[in-house]
Design a protein. Structure first.
Length: 220
């Protein structure tokens, strides 16, 4: 599917699926949305020195970059497992401006490294951050590793209902350790009900600018 580069409200770039007119991030701001949904309301809420994260939809790598930055500032050890069915091309990656906006020269090298790993292989990005990117559909993923946190960042429930139904959340639930959390930008009633029906305890928390609420779900 054809994609174009867009600039969102906070000046950060993102991509858009042209045929769906669907952006990868909030049009109000990609960077501020990721910081809020996945870092502040996700990673920062996990009280453990070592955190295994699974991301559904690695995409631009923005969530991985911000997780790296958080881990560095907060002395966390991260194992980051990205699942992506349609990886970005090198040309698309080169158009993402996150490292310019984050104004930390060290992150330029890290962002490049995040996109140069061999698919399916654990790669050391830094002493405290390792990454494995798997190029497949989440629906086809067969994984026995357990995670502390899932970044559920698929396209919207309207466009990808198969990634927001009971079957998808059952899979997410089984990939989490007891006490593990799943965060996502959606707060839709049908999404919340699907999560609850597979055993998640669901909280609605304030969303990023432009969005009233988002969901954080916990495996009790
Ligand atoms: C809303 S975008 C978010 C991307 C990414 N988290 C980011 O910050 O750039 C959704 C991502 O999910 C990927 N995707 C779509 N369907 C998928 C599937 N069935 N399995 C895995 N990834 C999928 C898309 O290619 C896209 O990268």
């Amino acid at each position: 599917m054809k994609r174009s580069v867009i600039t969102t409200g906070d000046g950060s770039t993102s991509l858009k699926i042209d045929a769906w007119d669907e952006p990868y991030h909030s049009r109000h701001g990609a960077l501020q949305e990721s910081q809020h949904v996945f870092i502040r309301e996700g990673l920062a809420q996990v009280d453990a020195p070592k955190v295994a994260i699974l991301e559904l939809g690695f995409g631009t790598g923005l969530n991985a970059l911000l997780s790296y930055d958080f881990a560095k500032a907060n002395s966390k050890i991260i194992e980051y497992y990205g699942v992506e069915a349609f990886p970005l091309t090198p040309a698309e990656v080169s158009e993402m401006n996150y490292t310019e906006l984050l104004a930390d020269e060290g992150l330029i090298k890290i962002f490049t490294k995040l996109h140069l790993t061999q698919p399916g292989v654990w790669t050391t990005i830094d002493s405290f951050f390792s990454l494995k990117n798997v190029e497949k559909r989440f629906e086809e993923l067969q994984e026995t590793k357990k995670f502390d946190l899932i970044y559920h960042d698929a396209f919207s429930p309207k466009l990808q209902p198969e990634l927001w139904d009971e079957k998808a959340f059952e899979k997410g639930f089984s990939l989490l350790r007891s006490g593990g959390k799943l965060v996502t930008y959606s707060a839709k009633g049908s999404v919340r009900r699907a999560m609850e029906s597979v055993g998640f305890v669901v909280e609605k928390v304030p969303g990023p600018p432009g969005k009233r609420e988002m969901i954080r779900a916990t495996k009790g």
